[in-house]
Design a protein around this ligand. Structure first.
Ligand SMILES: NC(=O)C1=CN([C@@H]2O[C@H](COP(=O)(O)OP(=O)(O)OC[C@H]3O[C@@H](n4cnc5c(N)ncnc54)[C@H](O)[C@@H]3O)[C@@H](O)[C@H]2O)C=CC1
Ligand SMILES: O=C(O)C(=O)COP(=O)(O)O
Length: 409
């Protein structure tokens, strides 16, 4: 096991939002025991206080790492998002501070797709309404508004990891699958890509959203889009709360333009399980409301814990940034019998020349060097003989444009 410049017991890790214990076990197995574990997210002022002292932080979708929070995070080396979405982190601000951000891009995708498939079946049969009525003592045995999924058209918006899996499962129960995506996509099964959103909305019996939160997806579905949907269509959103205009949806349900909906994510979500959930959708029996649990299964959470904690330990132990979402990706071999210097710098001309000249002046032999850049930063990793490591770190830290320098032995 490699050592880091700071001994591992001094490396502080803050895990928020009840990430799975598999994360704690993975960190401990790799020698990291200085872990603070909280079941909830923190209000911004408390987060600012706690983040000052930590080297790694683990969050889920509720914790917002804004520029203000990152300004306080003087020691922070990396962020682990124990989920898919990274919109809750100011990725650019993190990058400019040399803080790498990792996530788990696949581990909960099956869970979301399975939930949505179940919701499609329940909504097509009008079950949410019948269920709510039965709970109130009313008996609504009728085939009115009840349909098989077989032969119906599912329109998927965002044909990525979740959208594709949902498409395959829906075809397996006889649905016709069409999708809209801003990229040209390899279609799986018999799915068909349509060229514009309006066309998809006009043709689908069920629309399901699987896009990330971006400026372009904000209110992607509003009044105008609902207007062109089929009378009696169903809308499902398990992506991000900003993607659907909830007031427009509530109005469409009021006027019975839509037969039902399933919504897992909301523009404003309670910060903890103790806070009241407020939404204009609460009054509708034909809407399945779930508290952002699309990816919340034991299987997904356990795998995410292992995956993201693994990425954090690898970055800490060896410097690898493979799959980082905001950082140039460098894949590195194991470090053996040498010291490794990790240098994050502003991407400007001459940085590498400065480094190489400084090393040459001090007779420091470079055993291996790896560099990746993007339009904003450069990440260079240099393996040197351990005898020279301290002077090399000093020289590196003095290079103009340095954001961060770290050493591993
Ligand atoms: N409810 C929950 O608990 C969960 C929600 N999610 C959300 O689901 C989203 C999707 O997840 P994945 O399928 O894994 O992501 P992905 O990145 O694999 O796929 C997203 C797809 O959306 C497309 N896209 C982007 N902007 C678009 C636009 N304006 N119009 C149409 N298509 C667009 C992309 O090209 C891509 O194909 C995540 O970003 C996350 O926000 C993810 C996991 C759990
Ligand atoms: O993975 C995602 O993007 C999700 O939305 C799941 O978020 P969560 O970990 O359940 O807070």
């Amino acid at each position: 096991m490699s050592k880091v410049s700071l001994s591992k017991d001094k490396i502080k890790i803050l895990l928020l939002e009840g990430v799975h214990q598999s994360a704690v076990e993975t960190l401990k197995r790799n020698g990291y025991s200085n872990i603070e574990y909280l079941k909830t997210s923190l209000p911004e002022n408390e987060l600012i206080e706690r983040i000052k002292h930590v080297h790694f932080v683990g969050i889920r979708s509720r914790t917002h790492l804004t520029e203000t929070v990152l300004n306080a995070a003087e020691k922070l080396v990396a962020v682990g998002c124990f989920c898919i979405g990274t919109n809750q982190v100011d990725l650019d601000a993190a990058k400019r501070r040399g803080i790498a951000v990792f996530n788990a891009p696949f581990s909960n995708t099956r869970s979301v797709a399975e939930l949505v498939l179940g919701e499609i079946l329940l909504l097509l049969r009008g079950i949410p309404k019948r269920n709510a009525m039965a709970h109130r003592g009313q008996w609504f045995k009728s085939a009115i508004g009840s349909f098989e999924a077989r032969g119906k058209t599912l329109g998927i918006i965002g044909y990525g990891h979740i959208g594709t899996q949902l498409g395959i499962m829906a075809e397996n129960i006889g649905m016709k699958v069409e999708f809209y995506d801003i990229e040209d996509k390899l279609t799986l099964g018999n799915a068909q890509q349509v060229q514009n959103l309006t066309q998809l909305l006009q043709r689908a019996d069920v629309i399901s959203l699987h896009v990330p939160e971006t400026p372009q997806t904000k209110n992607l579905i509003g009044m105008a889009e609902i207007e062109v949907m089929k009378q009696g269509a169903i809308l499902i959103n398990a992506s991000r709360g900003t993607v659907v205009d909830i007031d427009a949806l509530a109005e469409a349900l009021q006027h019975e333009k839509l037969a039902g909906a399933a919504i897992d994510v909301f523009p404003v979500e309670p910060k903890s399980n103790d806070e009241e959930f407020v939404s204009p959708l609460r009054e509708f029996d034909n809407v399945i409301l779930t508290p952002h649990v699309g990816g919340s299964t034991q299987e997904a959470q356990e795998n995410i814990g292992i995956e993201v904690a693994g990425k954090l330990t690898k970055y800490s132990d060896n410097g690898s940034t493979v799959t980082a979402v905001n950082f140039p990706e460098v894949s590195l071999p194991e470090l053996s019998n040498r010291s490794r210097l990790l240098h994050v710098h502003e991407n400007r001309p001459g940085v590498l020349t400065q480094i190489n000249q400084a090393f040459a002046q001090h007779g420091i032999n470079i055993a291996a060097q790896y560099l990746q850049t993007d339009d904003c930063i450069g990440y260079v990793v240099i393996d040197v003989d351990s005898d020279h490591s301290e002077v090399a770190l000093k020289e590196l830290s003095a290079v103009e444009g340095t954001i961060r320098a770290r050493i591993l032995h």
